[in-house]
Every structure is written in C-alpha cells, then in structure tokens.
Design a protein around this ligand. Structure first.
Ligand SMILES: C[C@H](N)C(=O)N[C@@H](Cc1c[nH]cn1)C(=O)O
Ligand SMILES: [Zn+2]
Ligand SMILES: [Zn+2]
Length: 503
C-alpha cells in the first residue's frame, strides 16, 4: 500500500475518539425533519455542519430553498449546504452527498438508550439516532479532510459537498437546486459518491448501484364532526376506522402481493444476466432472518428475498393517525383517521402513474362500501427508482478502496430503500453516481416500533425489545465503531483511487 495511505490509515486509527466525539455532538441534535416541532433542531444541525466545515477551511454556502406546509403550518425548509474543499484545476472533482436530518425517535418507542445520546455498548456499537443514517457517513468526509490537514497532505481530489436536511421527508427543494446549478455550482463535478446505505450483511462491504423509488400516501377518512362514544353511537354511524381498515386491507395481501390493478405492468422483466448477479452474492437467507429478528420471511431463498427487496415493488402499511392506540380500553369512535402507506417502486415504474392508479383504485373501492363518510387520498412525496451500471471508473476506484481497507472484493448490490436525489444527480449532471456504504446490514433491520405494536403489554414489550434487531428507521439505530473508523479510511482511500484511476 502507498505510504500516504498507510499514514492516513494510522492517523485514523489513533484519532478514533476525536471522530467519535464529532459524531456524539451531531447525534445530540435531534434534527427530525418530519415534525414541525423539531424544525429549529434541523436548522441547528445545519449550522453545526456549516461550522465544522468552516473550521476545516472549506468554503460554505447555505442555500435557502423556501418553505413547506407541515403539520398544518407553513415553515422554512432547512438549508442545503454546498461546500467546496479544493479548487485545483489539475485534479478531479468528486461530489459527495448526504443528509443531516433524521427519522423521529422517542425513548419510549423501546430504545435501550436515549436516542439522541451517542452510547457505545459492550459490542462497540455506537447507538443513537442518525449514527448510521446519515450522520456517521457525512462526518466521515469531514474526518478525512481533518486527517489530511493534520498530516500536512493535500487531498488528492477537489471535494464538493452537498448536505441536505430533508432527505427523510422527500428532499423538498433539492431537485430544483441541483437542476438550477447543474451548469453552475456542480459544473466541474466528475463523479458523485453517496454514503447513505448499508452493507448487505454484517461482514462484507459492498458497492451499491440501485435503489427503489417511493410514493408515500395519506388516506384520510372523515365522518362525525367529533370523536363519539361507541355505546351511544356505535351501530348508528359509518365509522371512519371501519372504512379505513377495509380499504387498507384491499391494498396488499399478507404475502406481499400488491392488489392495485396495473401497478406491476411497468416492472422491468428479469433478464438472464440480471438473474445471474444474484447467484454470486455472499448472502444467506438466515442473515435476513437474523436481521428481521424472526422466522417470518415470505420467501424461502436469499435470491427470491433479495429480488423482492431490490427489483420488485412492495406496498407497506405504516400507521393510522387518529386511531386510539394508548394502553387501556377507551370506547371511542374516532371521527377522522388517516391511513399511511407507501409503495417502493422499481424500474420502469413512474411515480405519477403509480399515484393515478392508487387514487383511482382506492376511490373505486370506497364507492363499493356505500359509506356516507368522505375520503381524500394524496401522495405526499415521491422518488423515482434508480439503477446504474457498475462498470464505470467510479466503481472501479471504489472497489480498489474496499480492497485496501478490508482486503476483499466488494459485493455489488442494489438496495430496497430510496434516496430521492440519486437519479437527479445522474440525470441533471450526466455523471456516474456510486453508493458507498459505511454501515452494516443490521444497522437498518427494522426492530419493533413497540409502542404501536404492543401498546398494552409492558412485559411482552420488554421481551420483544430484548430480541429486536437494531434499525436505522426503527429503535436502537447503531453504527459499529469499526464500521465508522474503517469507513473513514474507505472514504479517504476512495478519493486516492479516484485520483489515480484512468477515465
Ligand atoms: C436509504 C436511505 N438511508 C433512507 O433511509 N431513505 C429513506 C428515504 C425516505 C423516503 N421517505 C421517507 N424517507 C427511505 O428509504 O425510507
Ligand atoms: Zn439516509
Ligand atoms: Zn433514512
């Protein structure tokens, strides 16, 4: 290995605590983008990123992208941070993207530790909301810059950084900014790297070349003007919950088959070459069971399961706002309920077509009920699916970096989640996009959001939590210390390989 990389790796190894401290400060800011009550915290996190970048000597622009309506209020969108480190025209320019907002988290959801405190446990897991998604990875880039400054070595490439505070809530404002700046701020970008996903399993690194899209729906059923007593009014009114649960049951079968006519018409057919890519993956069905924390998988083989995670659409029911869920036996008839569900889409599905099909179907099914309640359905945010060809020099460089750090060749994976901006970068800038994950597959496995699932049994709740896997959007999100530290090395090594690779 080249001496500059050896020195860089040694520096990272011996400065772990400082890097963890930076992550600790970031996790302590509850930058939840999906709740208006936390909007100041998202701004505070944006300020934290800007300050850290300026301290490292990077130039920083905080771009205001306007307002949004959330929880019935019009509120300011958090800034998009555009930062530049190095402007040497003889070097390649790499654009890195990540997000500084997080999913919601409450201790009473079943977290073992305070979600907005970074707590290292006996297995050297750094627990805390945003540790892996996506504060650890974005700070990884800053740590790479800091290490080079201390070593007195220039970065081998110019870095452009784009950090947003709305990724978990539809990336509002970002597409427009990228399109507007494609020939401006982003004009000299040679390749794009996003570290905001996870290894397939827990041991082997991967490079990711595909994501599913998402259409998120709110289905509201309204009836009485106020909540009612079921003893007084039960049997006399059309109950919104009855209508809603029936409609939700018409969306998907327990085997995951989506019931909306026409929804799968545009799904790309599996070619023989695509099918063969699943045969070489280092992944067992048992790993998925372990990640899920139960033996409740729909499919029997790893190949089938991964295909349904990566390249077929899925429909998930997320929750019902307005429904009674607290402990106790309240005999309420909720007056208005909002069902929440989303469809993960794949090539060649189109978000607008999906919304059309869903809206038409839900309204037609509602009409069959003969209910006098009213419904409204809307898609709150959408993202298109994305697939790249992983033989580009961007991927070649990343594979070499993986080899330097982990001494293995990476797996090539797709991902079931969504990062709305990926396709925009690819299309608007016309550049290759690589996903280079830092965290492990079990950072993201869904643990039980126990408050909703086991609302009435404290005992059962505890039993479940003990067995639950950690989760990026669920309880006990974590980033293993070694993934953070080796991940910093990986990001740095990637920049060296980008500088060296033939284009
Ligand atoms: C893969 C990425 N780290 C992620 O978690 N993306 C989210 C994006 C999203 C969309 N609606 C809400 N969040 C995801 O795939 O759920
Ligand atoms: Zn993320
Ligand atoms: Zn996320």
């Amino acid at each position: 290995m080249a001496p500059h990389l050896q020195n860089f790796f040694a520096y990272v190894d011996s400065h772990q605590e400082g890097f963890i401290d930076r992550l600790r400060k970031a996790v302590e800011i509850p930058s939840v983008s999906g709740d208006a009550a936390y909007r100041n915290e998202v701004f505070r996190m944006g300020e934290f990123m800007a300050t850290e970048l300026k301290k490292l000597g990077a130039s920083v622009q905080k771009r205001d992208v306007g307002t949004q309506v959330l929880n019935g209020q019009t509120i300011q969108l958090p800034p998009i941070i555009l930062s530049t480190y190095g402007t040497d025209p003889t070097k390649k320019t790499v654009l890195v993207y990540g997000h500084y907002d997080v999913q919601p988290a409450l201790k009473e959801d079943g977290w073992n530790t305070e979600p907005f405190e970074l707590v290292e446990d006996a297995q050297h897991r750094l627990n805390g909301r945003g540790s892996t998604d996506d504060k650890g990875p974005i700070l990884g880039w800053l740590n790479v810059i800091e290490a080079h400054q201390y070593l007195g070595v220039d970065l081998p490439v110019n870095l452009k950084m784009c950090f947003e505070g709305m990724e978990e809530s539809g990336s509002e404002g970002l597409d427009e900014l990228i399109i507007a700046e494609a020939k401006g701020y982003f004009a000299d970008v040679d390749a794009v790297c996003i570290s905001d996903n996870y290894w397939l399993g827990t041991k082997k690194p991967c490079l990711t070349y595909g994501l599913r899209g998402i259409n998120y729906f709110l289905l509201e059923v309204k009836g009485p003007s106020r909540d009612l007593h079921s003893g007084v009014f039960g049997g006399t009114v059309h109950e919104p919950m009855t209508d809603l649960t029936l409609l939700l049951s018409k969306l998907v079968t327990p085997n995951g088959e989506i019931l909306i006519p026409g929804i799968s018409d545009d799904v790309a057919v599996v070619t023989a070459s695509e099918s063969s890519t699943y045969n070489t993956l280092d992944f067992e069905i048992g790993e998925l069971e372990e990640a899920v924390g139960s033996k409740t998988l729909i499919h029997n083989t790893a190949k089938e399961a991964l295909m349904h995670r990566w390249r077929y659409p899925s429909l998930s029911l997320h929750g019902i706002e307005g429904a009674f869920y607290a402990p106790g036996e309240k005999t309420v008839v909720p007056a208005k309920v909002i069902g929440k569900f989303s469809i993960r889409s794949v090539p060649d599905m189109d978000p607008e077509r999906i919304t059309e099909l869903v809206t038409h179907y839900v309204k037609a099914e509602f009409a069959k009920l003969g209910s006098k309640n009213t419904i409204s359905i809307r898609c709150t945010h959408g993202a298109k699916p994305w697939v790249a060809t992983p033989n580009h020099w961007n991927y070649v460089a990343a594979a070499k970096a993986v080899k330097h750090v982990f001494n293995v060749d990476p797996d090539y994976t797709r991902e079931g989640g969504s990062i709305p901006v990926t396709l925009t970068f690819q299309d608007a800038l016309g550049k290759n996009v690589l996903l280079l994950p830092m965290g492990r597959g079990d950072d993201v496995s869904l643990g039980w959001t126990s408050r909703d699932w086991f609302p009435r049994s404290g005992k059962m709740l505890t039993d479940r939590i003990v067995r639950a896997s950690p989760g990026a959007h669920s309880i006990n999100e974590k980033l293993d210390r070694s993934n953070y530290i080796e991940g910093i090395k990986l990001l740095g090594a990637y920049l060296y390989e980008i500088a060296a690779v033939q284009t």
